[in-house]
Design a protein around this ligand. Structure first.
Ligand SMILES: Nc1ncnc2c1ncn2[C@@H]1O[C@H](COP(=O)(O)OP(=O)(O)OP(=O)(O)O)[C@@H](O)[C@H]1O
Length: 312
């Protein structure tokens, strides 16, 4: 199947000369949840703002469901819903009027039954008559989501959806994301929270300093690059790691009571049998062993780590 969104050679240099995006190539499949993961300033908002027609790219093409996003802007834009990071909504309007307005803006016929469903999913139905200026910050963010969904977009962009939101909104939002996905909506979220990408996404693209470093299925990414940790619970606390254990990547934790070994889960030789043998040879007893699963966080840190920092 054709990708629903195709980004080819898209770059951005802002006025003043700042290069925010190196040429990016990225295809988004229909119905997937894609997380664009990267630290602050990596270029996430720039990229989605370009796709949504808010920022003009310096080069490249974007195709939304077969429509060129620049030449055929209106048709392409109609397929997209954007939940921006910043809350700037029409303060004096009521929630329902604002959501109806957004729908109209995209040329959709009125459908109050649909809008009611959206507002109920976002726990906003009871507030539908409130003026937006009277709502709390969290409620305003819910309105932004409702507005983005008002015209039944095929692709929903969520820019840092849970930055600074309360637990309840986060929960509602994830429920909604799953529901939308079940209906076939494609979801692209930007985040610098690894847990968010880990929890939600089918695929993850890691972006740093305007470059997409890697794009892969979340599970494959973790299997490919994941590290594991083995914690050895020592019988006697250790003051320092003996030099004889220098060939393993070990650290001491919990006042010397735990020896932590970081190893490459995909390597042919993990080094575990030899380490355990060596501990026996040195007369170092232990009570238990624990291994932890690789996390996206380890991968992310590895990927965005500066070579200079590694050397330091
Ligand atoms: N209008 C602009 N003019 C000049 N530079 C800009 C402009 N907008 C963004 N930038 C710069 O481009 C870089 C990428 O910004 P962008 O907002 O895309 O990053 P981000 O990954 O979304 O980060 P964050 O999570 O902090 O929003 C940053 O260094 C930012 O300062």
């Amino acid at each position: 199947m054709d990708p629903i969104l195709s980004i080819a050679g898209v770059s951005k240099t802002y006025d003043g000369g700042f290069r925010a995006l190196e040429p990016v190539d990225l295809d988004i499949e229909r119905g997937e949840i894609f997380a664009l993961l990267g630290p602050n300033g990596a270029g996430k908002t720039t990229l989605i703002s370009i796709v949504c027609g808010i920022v003009t790219p310096s080069s490249g093409t974007i195709t939304v469901d077969g429509h060129d996003a620049i030449r055929d802007y209106r048709t392409a834009r109609r397929r997209i819903g954007l939940v921006p990071q910043e809350v700037s909504v029409d303060a004096f309007t009521s929630v329902l009027a604002s959501v109806r307005f957004s729908r109209r803006l995209f040329g959709k016929a009125p459908d109050d039954a649909y809008l009611e469903e959206v507002l109920r999913d976002l726990s906003l139905w009871d507030k539908r008559k409130s003026r937006i200026m009277e709502l709390s910050g969290g409620m305003k963010r819910r309105v932004l989501i409702a507005k983005a969904l008002s015209h039944e977009p095929d692709i929903l962009f969520l820019d840092e959806p849970t930055a600074g939101v309360d637990v309840e909104l986060r929960r509602d939002m994830w429920k909604l994301v799953h529901k939308l996905r079940a209906k076939g909506t494609t979801i692209i979220l930007t985040t610098h929270y690894i847990e968010e990408a880990e929890e939600m996404a089918d695929r993850v693209g890691v972006i740093n300093k305007g470059r997409i470093i890697i794009v892969d299925e979340k599970a494959a990414l973790m299997a490919k690059l994941g590290k594991r940790e083995m914690t050895i619970l020592l019988q006697e606390p250790m003051a320092a790691i003996p030099p004889a254990l220098g060939e393993w990547d070990l650290t001491l934790d919990d006042d010397g009571k735990r020896l932590v070994y970081v190893f490459d889960a995909k390597a042919e030789h993990t080094g575990i049998p030899s380490l355990l043998r060596k501990l026996g040879d040195l007369g170092i007893g232990f009570n238990d062993l624990e291994t932890s699963k690789s996390s996206l966080e380890d991968i992310f840190v590895d990927l965005v780590h500066e070579p200079q920092e590694q050397a330091a």
